[in-house]
Design a protein around this ligand. Structure first.
Ligand SMILES: [Zn+2]
Length: 113
């Protein structure tokens, strides 16, 4: 369950940022996860709620956005979304690929007052 570790890391950033901006309450946190991070949103949300309990981020709305995997073929330059676990270029079938999106894990925005 890596959601708990990620939730702990992200909630620490949220609380740091909030205190750095003199917020007395965090109302909304938007988080971007790449598909390859393989987060289960419900588990993450549960873990996040636990880690921010009794803090100024308790009760904040959580917005989780999952970005799809995108790959670039090093052979022909084609950019595509792989289907399932079929990691081959859909144009030239090359397996020489580079992941250009899908491994992200960051906080997009923090709202508060
Ligand atoms: Zn290709």
């Amino acid at each position: 369950m890596h959601e708990l570790k990620i939730a702990e890391d992200l909630s620490a950033i949220v609380l740091d940022t909030a205190s750095g901006n003199n917020l007395s309450r965090v109302t909304k946190v938007s988080i971007i996860f790449g598909e390859l991070v393989q987060i289960v949103p419900d588990i993450f949300e549960f873990a996040f709620r636990e880690t921010v309990r009794s803090s100024i981020a308790e009760g904040a709305e959580l917005d989780i956005e999952i970005t799809p995997v995108k790959m670039k073929c090093k052979n022909c330059g084609n950019i595509f979304q792989p289907k399932e676990n079929l990691f081959a270029c859909n144009s030239c079938s090359s397996a020489d690929l580079e992941i250009i999106q899908g491994k992200e894990l960051f906080i997009k925005s923090i709202e508060g007052e």
